[in-house]
Every structure is written in structure tokens, then in C-alpha cells.
Ligand binder design. Structure first.
Ligand SMILES: [Zn+2]
Ligand SMILES: [Zn+2]
Length: 139
């Protein structure tokens, strides 16, 4: 299985995921929720959902327990303690997977989902051909 590797800004942390994961459909999402905006200091975060066992992390990320969530469950936001790059998120609501930050990688695929669109600023347009949700998709 060939993999692709991303890194934080300072390079102390690298993340490898299977290349095939980048081309799978439905596992990439741009999230506009306020927590993702604050965590990245940006318009949101662009993520890929990968099986925990398929993610290889080198280096030691710092974990922030984010308890200010809609579901009430704390999510773990892993970031580089040296440069501050967001690395991945895990959630008790999504066992067995890591939500890896695609901004760490050279090539960023077009997201298949756009989440928390209710928080998009009026001057920022939704992405053509991407499935939009007001908040999270309900199962
Ligand atoms: Zn770093
Ligand atoms: Zn979010």
C-alpha cells in the first residue's frame, strides 16, 4: 500500500495515510464550525477520515480536550506543541477513525462534504459539486 505523508509547519510531526484514501469518495470534508475556525485561525478545517490503523504519526502531538462541542462529548484536537499546526481530531462519536487535517499535505483533494455551512461568512461561496450540510450529516 503506497502512502502519502504530510507534516506540520516545523516538521516535528509527520502524518502518513494510504494514497488510496485520498481518492475514496465521501471521506473528505471541509468543516466550517466555529471550533474548527478557531483551532486553525481560519475559515474552517479541511479533513480526511481515515481508519486509525491506517494512520502513521511520527512525533508527539499535544492533545487539547475540546469540550465546547454541540454533542457535548469532548473531542481530542491534536496539534504540534512547537509550531501550533492542527494535526488530527478524534471523537468518541467516531470510534476507530482519525480525522486528519489535509492542510498538512502537498495535494489537497476536493472535499466531498461541506459541514456547518450555516457558519460560512456571506462572502464565501459554497463549493460546486460538494454536498453541503447546515451542521453535520444525520445518519
Ligand atoms: Zn510543528
Ligand atoms: Zn468543525
Amino acid at each position: 500500500m503506497s502512502s502519502t505523508t504530510g507534516k506540520c509547519l516545523c516538521g516535528q510531526i509527520t502524518v502518513s495515510i494510504p494514497k488510496e484514501a485520498l481518492n475514496a469518495n465521501g471521506n473528505t470534508a471541509l468543516c466550517h464550525c466555529k471550533n474548527c475556525c478557531r483551532a486553525g485561525g481560519s475559515l474552517g478545517s479541511i479533513n480526511i477520515i481515515v481508519l486509525e490503523s491506517d494512520v502513521e504519526i511520527k512525533g508527539q502531538p499535544t492533545i487539547y480536550q475540546d469540550s465546547d462541542t454541540n454533542s457535548g462529548a469532548s473531542v481530542q484536537r491534536a496539534f504540534c506543541g512547537n509550531c501550533g499546526s492542527s494535526v488530527y481530531t478524534t471523537s468518541p462519536n467516531m470510534p476507530g477513525v482519525k480525522v486528519v487535517k489535509l492542510g498538512l499535505f502537498d495535494d489537497i483533494p476536493k472535499p466531498s462534504l461541506e459541514l456547518y455551512c450555516k457558519s460560512i461568512p456571506s462572502w464565501n461561496k459554497p463549493i460546486d459539486g460538494t454536498k453541503q450540510f447546515d451542521t453535520m450529516p444525520t445518519k
